[in-house]
Ligand binder design. Structure first.
Ligand SMILES: [Zn+2]
Length: 91
């Protein structure tokens, strides 16, 4: 009985870990290029009187059908730089 409970607990822990990792990946992948990892950048808005306020710069992401190195076709969010590069090397 003890062994069964232990197994169940281990299984549950593994499952929870997988779910956590998956949700974390989803959080991490937001607004990030899937090819190069380029993400949000921060800087200043500068007014005409040179007053500075903090702002963020989002990456210019586009949804593209790509083929991975393993030959798997999938849809990914790529930055415009990576879209240009993939078009350049397309056969
Ligand atoms: Zn990129």
């Amino acid at each position: 009985m003890y062994v069964n409970i232990k197994k169940c607990l281990l299984f549950a822990l593994k499952y929870v870990n997988i779910v956590l990792v998956n949700s974390l990946e989803k959080i991490i992948m937001a607004k990030v290029c899937e090819a190069c990892g380029k993400g949000k950048a921060s800087g200043n808005n500068v007014s005409h009187s040179k007053r500075r306020t903090r702002r963020t710069f989002d990456v210019n992401l586009h949804k593209k059908d790509i083929v991975t190195i393993n030959g798997v076709e999938k849809r990914a969010y790529l930055c415009t730089r990576c879209v240009r590069t993939s078009n350049k090397h397309a056969q």
